[in-house]
Design a protein around this ligand. Structure first.
Ligand SMILES: Cc1cc2nc3c(=O)[nH]c(=O)nc-3n(C[C@H](O)[C@H](O)[C@H](O)COP(=O)(O)OP(=O)(O)OC[C@H]3O[C@@H](n4cnc5c(N)ncnc54)[C@H](O)[C@@H]3O)c2cc1C
Length: 597
């Protein structure tokens, strides 16, 4: 074995150990996504399509009414982009409307909205101005989230009220020069002071939204672990008035989201009281990942809002712009774009609603679903914006229309809060863990058939059941029967392919990103299809969706057809692909053909 391989194996083992400790804390209910990997459809999490309670519906509608009136009058996204700043009166107005503490409990000054209700609000803001929605998210979805989830009663009482009322603003500081996608590689050090009353922080953070306007930052730093040589990440509450806090670059000049203040900052011998530790000492990575899980739900809502805006703009233009004596909408290639945009937008909204409801209904482990939502919606929005841009032709390129700004703003979505490549790997690897464990246990039991016969019998039954039984998708409307049956067959097929991949690659699958991507792609399509089926079924039952000449229903139908085809394709490519050629070519191009597979 080469030295490089030994090092890689050791690193991988360490990563797997860390992930085990971080992500799989104990017995939890089976969620939708993990169920799909096991060949099951856990219908209760998806159907019936989630609805707000009548009181919440009323409160959310009232908030939306006020918000729309405020945004119509005060929000100028083009000026925000041009001036690279969100005016204070906009921030104050959002604070007055309760937007900056919407999901926080009433007792700390919040509005007590559910995640689903909050997503409706964020969809509205995201549909108008990405800078503003990212500012709100950095404050509310991730800035105060660690306090809400992990703060002690005393910390919540002390820190939250001014933050939820928007008198103070928050930021979340994880990223560093050496810790981007590899969040566990945080280098900022926090060593205890001699008397143990403080931690002394040294290090640098970069790309941190809201820093220049925030009064409270959740900062991740490495602390010693008593009795061990290793250090572990801990979350700290930091205020910019602490001595040693340095704002190196308050507003880094950037391509999009120009209204947000994104900073580079440093801590030089900055003393932070030990009372400012958030959550357990050494568990900061868990804190950070949980916070980001929450943040990803609002990614879904904001991208849905932006997609709806694009669709509206595209339809307007396609119906009015004439070339060759016909409106653009009369050309089939433009129809195709509009139809696909409508289908994706419908699915984005459904997926966001279902994912948010998982949090509201207390599913403890929703990390796969939020990762799927983030990847699916950010990739869908990119396509939707790009197609709208194409329909507008040359005019999209000029700054008097919002499209070039929307395109610039949207590009970061596939990178921030978990690059999509990293999340696809994550989805596949966490997803296959369940079936992988079952198969491993089955294999182990087969070695000792007499001692473990009962376990073997049960595991075998479960595997055989998943292989032969097509999951039932409980739709009420007979009109959806064919789609539901096709979906069930695809879940079964997906599980068979997961098992095949596990047999074929065994432990090596941890390094097979091309295989992981296809499994993740298929799983995301299945989750999106389940959400669309559920939404469509609810609309048929309630008589909604028939308005607008059945637009909703044809968008849903089109999505389900396309999604099934994309799932089949991802699974077929597990067997028929150019992976070896891809890797060989890349290795040659990278000039290091001895590295890699
Ligand atoms: C405008 C903006 C605002 C931000 N706000 C915040 C904030 O408020 N708080 C905060 O903490 N951070 C923030 N970030 C940081 C953001 O989350 C990181 O940029 C992101 O995590 C990616 O890290 P990186 O930029 O260092 O890219 P890298 O980690 O260097 O990755 C570069 C690319 O490599 C690829 N890649 C990386 N790892 C893998 C892998 N394992 N497999 C395959 N491909 C891989 C991906 O394509 C990725 O896009 C912000 C960034 C921007 C641009």
């Amino acid at each position: 074995m080469t030295g490089t391989k030994v090092k890689l194996d050791a690193r991988r083992e360490k990563q797997v150990r860390e992930a085990e400790e971080l992500l799989f804390a104990g017995p939890q209910k089976l969620g939708v996504a993990k169920g799909l990997f096991l060949g099951r459809f856990v219908a209760d999490w998806v159907t019936p399509y989630p609805k707000l309670s009548p009181e919440q519906e009323k409160a959310v509608n009232q908030s939306l009414l006020e918000l729309r009136a405020f945004l119509d009058e005060h929000l100028d996204p083009a000026a925000i982009d041009r001036q690279a700043d969100i005016p204070r009166h906009v921030i104050d107005g959002l604070a007055r409307l309760g937007v900056l503490g919407m999901t926080a409990p009433l007792e700390v000054g919040g509005r007590g909205f559910s995640q689903m209700g909050y997503c409706r609000v964020m969809e509205e803001i995201g549909g108008r101005c990405a800078s503003t929605s990212v500012f709100v998210n950095a404050h509310h979805s991730i800035g105060i989230r660690a306090l809400l989830l992990f703060g002690s009663a005393e910390q919540k009482r002390r820190w939250l009220p001014p933050l939820t009322r928007g008198e103070q603003l928050a930021a979340f500081a994880l990223t560093e020069p050496q810790a981007g996608s590899d969040a566990a590689n945080v280098q900022t050090q926090a060593r205890p002071s001699a008397d143990g009353s403080h931690y002394i922080l040294n290090g640098e953070k970069r790309y941190i939204t809201n820093t220049a306007i925030a009064q409270v930052l959740t900062v991740m730093a490495r602390t010693p672990v008593p009795g061990k040589k290793e250090t572990a990440i801990t979350a700290f509450l930091v205020t910019p008035d602490m001595e040693g806090f340095q704002l190196l670059e308050p507003r880094m000049e950037k391509m999009g989201l120009r209204g947000t203040a994104t900073a580079r900052l440093a801590f030089r011998d900055m003393a932070v009281p030990k009372e400012n530790i958030l959550g357990p000492l050494g568990k900061g990575l868990k804190v950070a990942l949980t916070v980001l899980d929450f943040g990803r739900t609002t990614f879904g809502a904001c991208t849905t809002g932006a997609a709806k805006t694009c669709l509206r703009l595209a339809v307007q233009y396609a119906n009015t712009r004439k070339q060759f004596d016909r409106t653009l909408g009369e050309f089939e290639l433009i129809k195709k774009k509009i139809a696909r945009m409508a289908a994706y937008t419908y699915a984005m909204e459904a997926l966001t609603t279902v994912t948010a409801s998982l949090i509201d209904r207390g599913l403890e482990d929703y990390m796969l679903e939020t990762a799927m939502l983030k990847v699916f919606t950010t990739e869908a929005l990119w396509e939707v914006i790009n197609e709208t841009f194409q329909i507008y032709g040359g005019s999209a390129y000029f700054t008097d229309l919002p499209l070039e700004r929307m395109l610039r703003d949207a590009r970061i979505n596939q990178i921030a809060e978990g690059a999509n490549e990293v999340l696809k790997s994550f989805i596949a690897l966490v997803g296959i863990r369940g079936p992988g464990q079952q198969l491993q246990e089955l294999q182990d039991s087969l070695r000792h058939p007499w001692g473990e016969w009962r376990k073997m019998w049960l595991l075998g039954l479960d595997r055989v059941d998943a292989a032969v039984r097509t999951p039932v998708v409980p739709v009420k409307s007979p009109q959806l029967g064919r789609h539901a049956q096709r979906f069930g067959r695809l879940v079964r097929k997906f599980n068979l392919e997961v098992n095949r991949a596990l047999f074929r690659y065994r432990e090596e699958i941890l390094d097979c990103q091309l295989v992981q991507e296809r499994l993740a792609q298929a799983a995301m399509e299945l989750f999106a299809s389940a959400s669309v089926l559920s939404r469509w079924d609810a609309e048929i039952s309630s008589g909604q969706g028939a308005h607008k000449n059945g637009t909703s229903q044809s968008a849903a139908d089109l999505f389900l057809r396309g999604s099934a085809r994309r799932t089949e394709q991802a699974l077929a490519e597990l067997h028929d692909n150019d992976d070896a050629a891809v890797v060989a070519t890349a290795n040659r191009v990278l000039g290091e053909s001895e590295i890699g597979r």
